[in-house]
Design a protein around this ligand. Structure first.
Ligand code: CA
Length: 221
């Protein structure tokens, strides 16, 4: 299985380590580069779901890295900078970063933004993905249908299906599902996920979610 993987490009090594530990605690995989030289090549391997990119870096700076990446890649990017006055300028440049954060920032705040962006990009992939599964999801009404038959889902069940179905075949661990579907919901636990999945199976004729023993769940591709 593939965990969500974040690339941190940050020359302040202590900060990079703190952020890395916070992300790992959320069940994500993390790679760290302490200078900009290899950042573009590393990001273009396509192994990362999001980049945390500092502006001022030895080697190649964050601005150049962001511009270079945006020619061919739409990987989500959070840019960080030590100068609050830089943020407006960066916005104005239309770099195509997904978010900007000023230092010093709280690692919690950064993690919250990472999760928000991963959720957003999961949804936009869902919106643009070709419908090969017979699944229709209406995120405004929290309504889903499979092969034309409405599924009677709660809001939580809807969010689970949404996360699973945006990457059919990809196996998600329970931790990843907790992070991606319920980032702000302290009342959802591993076992809650299992019972939601059972309910989804019960309301659909062709149970679309596959249980992968010891790992988690995948939407059938
Ligand atoms: Ca720096």
């Amino acid at each position: 299985m593939t965990a969500l993987r974040i690339l941190i490009v940050e020359d302040e090594t202590v900060l990079a380590e703190v952020v890395r530990d916070y992300l790992i605690a959320e069940g994500m995989g993390v790679d760290v580069l302490s200078e900009g030289t290899d950042a573009v090549a590393t990001a273009l391997t396509g192994q990362h779901d999001l980049l945390i990119l500092d502006l001022m870096l030895p080697g190649v700076d964050g601005l150049t890295i962001c511009r270079e990446l945006r020619r061919t890649s739409d990987v989500p990017i959070i840019m960080t900078t030590a100068k609050v006055e830089e943020i407006d300028r960066l916005f104005g440049l239309g770099l195509g970063a997904d978010d900007y954060l000023c230092k010093p920032y709280s690692p919690r705040e950064l993690v919250a933004r990472v999760q928000a962006i991963l959720r957003r990009s999961a949804r936009s992939r869902e919106a643009t993905a070709p419908d090969t599964t017979g699944l229709q999801m209406d995120a405004e009404r929290w309504q889903a249908a499979l092969d034309g038959k409405p599924l009677d889902l709660t809001r939580r069940e809807f969010m689970l299906v949404q996360v699973l179905a945006h990457r059919p075949g990809r196996v998600f661990s329970r931790d990843e599902l907790l992070t991606l579907a319920f980032p702000d919901d302290a009342e959802v636990f591993d076992r809650t996920i299992d019972s939601h999945i059972r309910k989804i199976a019960a309301v659909s004729d062709t149970d679309p979610i596959r249980s992968v023993y010891g790992v988690g769940y995948a939407y059938d591709d």
